[in-house]
Structure formats: C-alpha cells, structure tokens
Write a protein that binds this ligand. Sequence first.
Ligand SMILES: Cc1ncc(COP(=O)(O)O)c(C=O)c1O
Length: 464
Amino acid sequence: MTIWVPSLECFSGPRYRAIAQSIGAAISAGELAPGERLPPQRRLADALGVTVGTVTRGYAEAEHHGWVTARVGSGTFVKQPAERTVFDMAWRQNDDSDVIDLSLSLPPPHPLRLQAFSDALKAMSESPSAVTRGVSYLDARGAEGHRERLAGWLAQLGMSLNADELLITQGGQHGISLVLSTLLRPGELIATDALTYPGAISAAQQAHLKMVGIAFDEEGMCMEALEAQCARQPPRLIYVTPDQNNPTGACLSEARREQLVALARRYDSWLLEDGVQYLPAEQRGTPLYQLAPERTLFVFSTAKVLAGGLRIGVLRTPNVLLERLAAGLRAQSWMVPPLMVDIACYWIAQPEAASLLAWQTEELAARQQIVTEMLSGYTLGRSHNGSNVWLTLPEGSRAIELCKRLQLQGVKVSSAEPFCVGSTPAPQAIRICIGAATDRQALTQAVSVIKQCLAQPPLATITV
Ligand SMILES: Cc1ncc(COP(=O)(O)O)c(C=O)c1O
C-alpha cells in the first residue's frame, strides 16, 4: 500500500518541524482529508530517510498546532473539522477574501495566537488580583509588578532593561507619540532616515514638529549626512530603527551606532530608538540605550511578537525624563488599562509564548527564503528573520503602476510614498510584508503574481 509522503524541500529548519508544516500544508490543500490516518511512523521515517524520533517529533508538533490527534494504539489522525478548536479555523477567516494583503506589517498568523489570547482572557476573569487591578486607577507608569514582569520577559528576549526606567504605553505608536509631544516644543526639529515608519511621521506632524530626512544606505543612516545636518541645525531628537528599518530592512552598522551616539552627544540631541520591528537577539546590534543610556529613549511593543490588538508597549527612558513622561502619559490617558497589561503578562508567562515566538522566527526565515529564491536577480532589502522585504524595482518600472497592477490581480503591497519624510522623492520600490500572508502557500502565490507583473512591459501613459 502506498503511503502519503510529504515533500520537505520547501520547508526549511529542522526536519521534524518541516514534517509538521508539510502536514499542515497538506491538510489546507485537501491532500490529507479529515479523519485520515497519517502513515505509520517507521514507514514514513524510511520513506523520508530520517529517524523514527524525527517523525514522532513532527507528529507531536502537528498535534500541538491542533491539526492532528494521536489515539493510543491506533495511530495519528487528521482532526475532523468538528474536533478542531474554534481557533484552528478562525485564524484562516481572511482566506475567503480574493485579496492577499501584504501591505501591513504583521506577525504571521497562527491559531496559537488566538488560543493564547483566549486562555489569558479566561484566566484573567478568574484572577482576583487581575480583576481588582482592572477596576482601579494605578500609577501612570504602570504597576510596579507589571513593569517587573515585562522587564523580565524583555531580558529573556535579550533586552536588558531596568523596570524602574520603564513606562507602559498603549503600544509602540503611543510611546513614540508620547515622547515627541512631551519632550519637544512645536517647531523643534527631528532627524530621521529619509524613509521611515509612517507612524513617526504622523506623530511629528500632530505635535507640530519639523522632521528632516537623512540619506541612508544598506548600513542605515549616513553619518556624514547627519553630521552636515547637525552643523546646519542640530536636531532636538534623532529617531532611528537601528535593527530592521521599516520599510528598507536596513540595520545600522556597529561603527555607525558609535558615530551616531558621538554626534548626539556633541550636539546634545535625544535619541529615540525604535525596537518594535522585532529581530532575534543574535541579529540585533548593540542597543543605543546601552551605548548612550543618558540620552536614549527606547520603544518596544508586543505588537510584532504577541498581537497588535493588545496595544501594550514599553518605553525605556533616562531617569531625568521619567517624571515628565509620566506626567505626559497621565495627561493623555491617565494610564494604560491594567487589564490589558495583565493579559500580556499572563500570556508571556506561558511556555506557549516562547514556542510561538520560536515558530514565528523560523517561519519568517522560511518565508524570507521563499521570496529571495523567487525574486533572485532583483535587489532586495531584508533581514534573515525580518517580517518585511523591500524590493527595489528594475530600471524603467514605476512603483505606483506596479501597485495598481498588483491590486487588480488581488495582491496588496505598499509603495514608498507613505514612508517618505518631508519632500523626499519616493524611490521606485515596494514593501512586501511577508508576515501578513496566512501561510507560505498564499505568500508563494502572491510573489508569483508580483514576479509576473514585474516582467510585464510598462504601460504607456499619455497626457495632454
Ligand atoms: C517601526 C515601528 N514602530 C512602531 C510601530 C507601532 O507599533 P504598535 O502597533 O505597537 O503601536 C510599528 C508598527 O508597525 C513599526 O513598524
């Protein structure tokens, strides 16, 4: 009897995980039907040329994802739709849409994300301390216990921050906006990469600040250009995303981090370091808050590692600014709802949080590889585990036209326009948010549409 044997080539990472992913993909594709029995482990191990232990681990991982169920003595079976939890199905809810939307920077979807949030909600409703905190007014900086738990989690992620220097914010965007509106006066100047996170541009506009875009290359912001700006008019604050600029993916080199700090000290500028676009510790450079703790504010958020809807961020500040920022936060919203912080703190304390992040890190690496291979020959800005890819279009192509064509073919991406600071001309490039695709299959489909559209000759547009 022939057995189902997956092809593991398109799944990177350890073999056991590739087996699990191939099971998930085969179920989505209808290749494995509900109720179907997976091949006996030894036979599959022989067919794949791996050990039985690897297949056992792969099946266990597939069970962990909620795709299959093991029955003692009879084998492992694809779950019937009725047996799946509501979250195994809900995470695919957008699959019915005709559009593959890769225009928003999101962590890759997974049923465990919904399950973790649901578990935390349930646990909170039964926790007397969380419920009591949830109905109380607390310190504007956030409860001490919350700050300590978040600092402990950040330490596990390789960010060494002291709970005493933290404020809890309503996400990264709020952290940026709080800093700009509290520390700077209308008309003061911020320097940032000429292409930067649009939320920072709008926060600066809201606070009536001036923003100047500094030239950059693949190593991040150019220090000669920043120095020239400082000599002309020193910025009050320099906003940077040193690890994985959004949108270009550039990471600031170590040498430039040192130069940036030296310039900020020479011209007495604050540094606002944005770490929201998460990369694993081994791929991050030395944090600016470590190089220049006396002048660096650091923004982090749970958005790209847990879920955007939680709206929980962490702002690290030099001690001298703590009271001013707490007063600013109090003036804006008094405090962040403690219930949401409790939910985040419960979530990060569960072992599933670490396995979800490990899955996400590998998943993004696999997605990066798919895009790199499919778009080989094109100029790509990317990080190994990054959630975005920045594609510079070949000579003669126009990003606006490509985006329109893609939209007609059911694929949404962003052009450079929203990321341009001031009147910086938009380069002919697009940002592809690879994390936003439901799965690798959807990503592959979208990238093949992008490739086809790139190969089409430009449309002649004539106007009089
Ligand atoms: C660089 C950067 N900073 C900040 C944010 C905002 O994060 P949050 O969703 O936590 O407000 C984003 C969101 O995409 C981002 O890309």
